[in-house]
Every structure is written in structure tokens, then in C-alpha cells.
Design a protein around this ligand. Structure first.
Ligand code: NAD
Length: 338
């Protein structure tokens, strides 16, 4: 039984992680919550029937074996390192941290302590992504050449929380949303080393007063992050990736797209399709059924707990999450934002 604590008891903790760990009651027990906002922490403890609440996350470390960090991005590195140094396993929300330098410090703390450091890139646990990875591993598309990645929302800037605050989050649509699909695509490609990164960032729309926004209102004056980003990334093995992500695009509808063309075939992740030549013909194949959980939170929590028990490898390795942060840093730097 792994004793789990949750640090930062806001939207993602209550909506995803606490319910997932509670479902895995044969593997773990959610023992404690911690939040700087004690009213919020106590309400959640009552809602989910969690026995202990701490204002200071450090006080939790003697009570638990593992923590799930769900604070704003600014605190990911500090809290992860403190937990690892205290001998506690960590599942940290994405992005891994504000910068690649912080991620490297987290990785070093994990290596020194020998404790697990997992990053919650939960898209990897979606059944379409798992199916795509299986096809790639079985050589169905050959060597990946070109990846196209889109994470686009039609006028959905988050109007709650601290998502539009650069000091707390490190950026906007790219570090918050595009990071998921970027991570997934690079993982499918086998995490080749990136060589060049070019990017453009925009926030003209969100800085303009009186915007129509589907996800509540935000202050255009204090908005200081990107709301639309494009990037072109090349890799050591000659592959390339075209990325577009936005919270505020003027497009027909929200779009989540990952497709990869390879030397032997191609695939599309949402919906899952395979394209390629067989028997002297060209096929476009749709998946009629894919095994797996509908909710990726459950396999994500299960994989983390199994890794803590030494029974499984992490699906999302911290070195891979570090690469995503290196590319995000490079996109912002290329766009003149660092
Ligand atoms: N995986 C996903 O798809 C997904 C979705 C949403 C958010 N997230 C990530 O989850 C994290 C939290 O996002 P959220 O939407 O839950 O935000 P939120 O604002 O709803 O909750 C954050 C909570 O952290 C608390 N907090 C702030 N500083 C703290 C500190 N130093 N110590 C302890 N608690 C602290 C706040 O009081 C708040 O209760 C972010 O890193 C975000 O990127 C991931």
C-alpha cells in the first residue's frame, strides 16, 4: 500500500488525481492534502474523506510515501526537489517546471534519492496514443520523417486560475496545452534529439479589450503569456515536426491533431488511422475498436504506483519531459521571449 499525498488541491487535483488514486484503493491510500489555501484543502478533505490536511507541504512528507504535485507551474521544481530529498516519490503535473534548468535540478534530485519522478503527461495514456505507439514499435510506419501537431482551441482562454500569469505559469498556450501534444508526438517518434527550433508567439488577440471568449473572462491588461504559437523543429535523425498551438485561434472548431508520415506508412492519432502500402495497393485503415481505459487518469496513476513499488517502468520518463521543456524554452527564446 502506497500512502499518497496531494499538494495543491485545485481543479486538476479534484478533477483527475484524487478520484484516480481513490479508484486504485487496492494499491494506495490517499492520506493527506496540502494547500496554501486551507479552506480549499479542508473542503476537499471533507468531500473525498481524506484524513489529514497540511498548510505546509513539508509537514506531509513523514506521513506519505508519494506525492502528487498539482500547484501552479512555478512551484513544481521547488516542491518536487523537497519531496525527493525527503525520500518521497513524486508525480508532478505538467509542464515539468518553468524551465529546462529547473527540470534538470529535479532530475538530479530524483537520481540522488533513487525515488521515482513522474510527469503527468496524461495524453500518453490515452488508448489512441498507446495504439499509435504500438504500431510505431512494430514498424508499421517505418522510420518517422514528418510529424504534424496541432493543439488548437477556438477562443478558449482559461478564465480561471493563474493560467494567464507568466510569473506563475511560465507561458500560455504552449507551456499549458501544446506541451501535451508536443510530448506525445516526440514520444511516438522515439524521442530523437532535437537540433534546431524556430518559433513565433502571439498574444495580440488576448491583449485586445472586449474579446469574445468561451471559457470565461480574463483581464487583457494583465494577460502576459502567449495565446498562439507556431514552431518548426528538426531532429538529429533528419525528422521534422510542425507545431501549432493556441487558446484563442480564430478557427472553425477546436482541433487536436497528431499525424506522422514515415518511410513505410503513416498514422493519424485522433481518430486513429493507418495509411500505407500492402499487396501492391494503398490502404487507409480506421481502427474499429481499440482496447484500453477511456479515462487516462487511471492508467497514469496505476503506472506511477507500480513504478514506486519497483514493478514497472514509467511510461513518461522525466528525461523525456525534460526534452519537452528544452524545446519549449527554445521556442520562447526563438520568439524573443526569454
Ligand atoms: N494534465 C492536464 O491536462 C492539466 C490540466 C489542468 C491543469 N494542469 C496543471 O495542474 C497544475 C494546477 O492546475 P489547476 O488547474 O489545478 O490550478 P488551480 O489554480 O485550480 O489549483 C492550484 C492549487 O494550488 C494551490 N497552491 C498554489 N501555490 C501553492 C503552494 N506553493 N503550495 C501548495 N499549494 C499551492 C492553490 O491554492 C490552488 O488550490 C498546473 O501545473 C497545471 O499546468 C494540468
Amino acid at each position: 500500500m502506497i500512502r499518497v499525498g496531494i499538494i495543491g488541491v485545485g481543479g486538476i487535483a479534484k478533477g483527475r488525481h484524487i478520484p484516480a488514486f481513490l479508484q486504485l484503493s487496492d494499491l494506495c491510500q490517499v492520506k493527506a492534502l496540502s494547500d496554501v489555501n486551507m479552506v480549499q484543502a479542508k473542503e476537499a478533505a471533507a468531500q473525498f474523506n481524506i484524513p489529514h490536511v497540511f498548510e505546509n507541504y513539508q509537514d506531509m512528507f513523514t506521513e506519505v510515501d508519494a506525492v502528487c504535485i498539482c500547484t501552479p507551474n512555478k512551484f513544481h521544481a521547488e516542491i518536487s526537489i523537497a519531496a525527493l530529498e525527503a525520500g518521497v516519490h513524486v508525480l508532478c503535473e505538467k509542464p515539468m517546471a518553468l524551465s529546462a534548468a529547473e527540470c534538470e535540478a529535479m532530475l538530479a534530485a530524483s537520481k540522488k534519492s533513487g525515488k521515482v519522478l513522474a510527469i503527468a503527461y496524461h495524453y500518453r495514456f490515452m488508448k489512441e496514443l498507446q495504439a499509435a505507439k504500438k504500431l510505431m514499435q512494430e514498424g508499421e510506419i517505418g522510420t518517422p520523417l514528418v510529424a504534424r501537431v496541432q493543439a488548437l482551441r477556438y477562443r478558449k482562454v482559461p478564465g480561471w486560475g493563474v493560467f494567464t500569469n507568466k510569473a506563475l505559469q511560465g507561458g500560455g498556450s504552449l507551456i499549458d496545452y501544446g506541451c501535451h501534444l508536443l510530448d506525445s508526438a516526440i514520444w511516438l517518434m522515439g524521442n530523437p534529439k532535437h537540433v534546431t527550433v524556430n518559433g513565433c508567439t502571439y498574444n495580440v488577440l488576448s491583449k485586445t479589450p472586449g474579446q469574445v471568449n468561451q471559457w470565461g473572462s480574463f483581464n487583457h491588461e494583465t494577460f502576459d503569456v502567449d495565446d498562439h504559437v507556431t514552431a518548426y523543429i528538426t531532429f538529429e535523425n533528419g525528422a521534422s515536426l510542425l507545431l501549432e498551438t493556441s487558446w484563442a485561434a480564430n478557427i472553425k472548431q477546436d482541433t487536436e491533431h497528431i499525424s506522422i508520415s514515415g518511410t513505410a506508412g503513416g498514422l493519424n492519432v485522433f481518430p486513429f488511422e493507418w495509411y500505407g502500402a500492402k499487396h501492391g495497393m494503398l490502404f487507409n485503415s480506421e481502427a474499429a475498436w481499440i482496447p484500453g481505459e477511456e479515462d487516462p487518469s487511471i492508467p497514469q496513476a496505476a503506472n506511477f504506483l507500480a513504478a514506486c513499488m519497483g514493478k514497472a517502468e514509467l511510461v513518461v520518463k522525466p528525461e523525456e519531459a525534460l526534452q519537452v521543456s528544452q524545446i519549449i524554452d527554445a521556442i520562447y527564446e526563438s520568439a524573443g521571449q526569454l
